[in-house]
Design a protein around this ligand. Structure first.
Ligand SMILES: CC(C)(COP(=O)(O)OP(=O)(O)OC[C@H]1O[C@@H](n2cnc3c(N)ncnc32)[C@H](O)[C@@H]1OP(=O)(O)O)[C@@H](O)C(=O)NCCC(=O)NCCS
Length: 181
């Protein structure tokens, strides 16, 4: 089990096969999938495949989404982090920032805390030049988070029959914006 980051309230670590129950709770909830194509999963088998896919990305790309664990209770909150995204934009691949939390944990600033830590890791540890992110144009909360943490809106694009906003932040912009947090 590999811990990558500790924040005030959270541990960000590799997703493990034993996270299947928590991941299933997360992805079987229709509320969680409201802006993710409205296709919540139905079986734990689907969760296991997702975990295998993430763990393969750790090996293949050196990075993939991480589990967010509550430091106090050790509960599985959800996931965050960076993914080398090869399927979202037709024209290019990029390092994508994302987050997905179990609904019990919404509204406490956890996604913001986890996302800021992920950006720091991407620029300081992975030495990335830029990080991108996407959110359905109607997803008020996610668009708010991305802007708040310093990403700049670039354009809209269509994915899965829905319009999405695409954002990015370059390392120099991040260095400037981090002085504000
Ligand atoms: C999107 C998601 C990760 C947000 O997590 P969270 O921990 O609740 O987010 P935070 O608490 O860090 O930040 C939410 C911000 O939106 C604000 N907000 C919440 N509801 C809002 C609303 N209806 N309208 C406007 N702003 C709202 C909060 O006040 C907060 O802003 P602030 O820090 O300026 O006060 C969570 O809702 C989730 O997991 N959703 C399902 C998966 C998903 O959609 N992932 C993103 C895909 S792009």
């Amino acid at each position: 089990m590999k811990v990558h980051i500790e924040t005030d309230r959270l541990i960000l670590r590799d997703i493990e096969t034993y996270d299947a129950a928590g991941m299933f709770q997360l992805d079987s909830n229709p509320e969680v999938h409201e802006f993710l194509g409205k296709k919540p999963i139905k079986t734990i088998e689907e969760t296991r495949k997702m975990i295998d896919s993430v763990r393969n990305q750790y090996l293949r790309n050196g990075i993939g989404r991480w589990a967010i664990i509550d430091k106090k209770t050790a509960d599985f909150i959800g996931w965050t982090g960076l993914k080398y995204e090869e399927g979202l934009r037709k024209e290019f691949n990029y390092y994508d920032l994302g987050y997905r939390l179990r609904s019990e944990y919404w509204g406490k600033g956890i996604a913001t805390e986890a996302a800021l830590a992920s950006l720091k890791y991407g620029f300081e540890k992975l030495n990335l030049k830029e990080i991108g992110a996407a959110a359905d144009i109607n997803h008020i909360v996610s668009n708010k988070i991305l802007r708040k943490i310093g990403l700049k809106f670039i354009e809209t694009f269509e994915y899965d029959s829905a319009l999405h906003n695409w954002y990015k932040i370059e390392k120099a912009e991040w260095i400037n914006s981090k002085n504000k947090h």
